[in-house]
Design a protein around this ligand. Structure first.
Ligand SMILES: [Zn+2]
Length: 393
């Protein structure tokens, strides 16, 4: 849908926009940036009158603060939006949605609740999934054997997890499966050492950064020449809070509007990521403004007593489980690693229950054998105002 129609539809049929912009604007630039907290405060106000919320496909953003965004789309909107990812993958020779793939994953999220990755290796359709709650040498070897037999065409992972897996393969001189054409990196801003490790372990395999957010799907995709092209078929991207980063390029905070999601539109949705708008053209000739990531989400890991590392998503999963039992019991949390031991600080939400600390302790003890201490209190932000999930003392 073109942006003007999307804005006009939203103001006419979506309660939040109708109430706020009653004057009938149809200019995107006249709308205030939309923050996550505004949506979580009343998500149903973002559903267009033209739809029954219960008829739409429901998905959730990651509940980092214990309050995930609940999003609703039509099947058609999702298939239109997904095409943007596939356009990027085709650039690297992967064209079929049923091509065998592998990915590292933490937990699965379904309308019925949250499923924990109990099996280290799990096959779902053409996708083989490896748990990132278990990144030990023993598991990596099992993942490698399973990957060889699955013959994936592409592999999706966060750069930090894939970097660890790649270093493991290089140290043992284990060659990648010949079927593999693309490693798609997603979920966080990559570090150069992870990219180097992946390149070394997977020679001849394309490596592409897929910059996306669960609320708007594909934002940009990296071409074989190494440039990040904005997915203009999927989102309208604007930069706010900008500054001149060099004589001819601007750095700013990302604000995006998905062009397909009209049943529950988020117009000018503000993300925390900073990017630079590149003034040059890519040699490849593919469409889309070029950007370069400056900062954004980064993964954090916690050390388990058995020497393995566990992705911090494990703790998000625990808090999601708690919030499924007692909605809004946990407002925020922080994991403090002191040597081997773990202190978990929980900040109560609006619906606290005395049983929460005990339950958190039990869930964490399923994975961590070391001493785990759960306390209740306020979680303090860093100097930059952001909250960190994992702190090491
Ligand atoms: Zn390019």
């Amino acid at each position: 849908m073109n942006i003007e129609d999307l804005v006009r539809n939203s103001v006419a049929t979506v309660p939040y926009y109708r109430d706020r912009y009653a004057s009938g604007t149809h200019e995107l630039s006249a709308l205030q940036p939309l923050e996550k907290a505004t949506i979580t405060a009343s998500d149903l106000a973002f559903v267009s009158d033209r739809y029954n919320a219960s008829d739409l496909l429901l998905s959730e953003s990651s509940g980092t603060s214990g309050e995930p965004i609940r999003m609703r789309h039509t099947r058609h909107e999702e298939s239109m939006s997904a095409m943007s990812f596939w356009r990027g993958r085709r650039w690297h020779g992967v064209s079929s949605t049923s091509a065998p793939s592998c990915r590292f994953y933490g937990f699965t999220r379904q309308a019925s609740g949250v499923g924990y990755a109990h099996d280290p290796i799990h096959v779902s359709g053409s996708t083989m999934q490896f748990s990132w709650f278990d990144l030990s040498a023993k598991s990596f070897l099992e993942y490698y054997d399973a990957m060889l037999s699955h013959e994936p065409e592409w592999f999706q992972a966060s750069p930090s997890v894939m970097g660890r897996f790649a270093s493991f393969l290089s140290e043992r001189r284990l060659a990648p499966p010949p079927s593999l054409r693309l490693i798609e990196l997603t979920g966080e801003v990559e570090q150069q050492n992870d990219r180097d490790a992946i390149r070394a372990a997977f020679p001849g395999v394309g490596v592409a950064n897929s910059y996306a957010a669960r609320e708007v799907w594909s934002i940009a995709y990296e071409c074989p020449e190494g440039s990040l092209h904005v997915s203009e078929d999927n989102v309208h991207l604007e930069l706010v809070d900008t500054r001149q980063s060099s004589s001819d390029s601007r750095e700013g905070t990302v604000m995006v509007t998905n062009k397909h999601f009209a049943a529950m539109p988020f117009l000018r949705y503000l993300l925390a990521d900073r990017v630079i708008a590149r003034p040059d053209q890519c040699l490849c000739g593919r469409p889309g403004q070029l950007i370069r990531m400056v900062s954004g989400r980064q993964s954090e890991f916690v050390d388990a007593a058995d020497g393995s590392q566990v992705h911090a998503h494990f703790f998000h999963y625990v808090m999601m489980r708690i919030n499924l039992i007692w909605p809004l019991a946990v407002r925020r949390f922080q994991v403090i690693q002191k040597g081997r031991d773990l202190d978990i600080l929980i900040e109560p939400g609006s619906a606290w229950d005395e049983e929460v600390p005990d339950r958190v302790h039990r869930l964490v003890a399923e994975r961590f054998e070391q001493d785990v201490n759960v306390s209740v209190g306020e979680v303090s932000p860093e100097k930059n105002g952001k909250f960190r999930t994992v702190v090491r003392l």
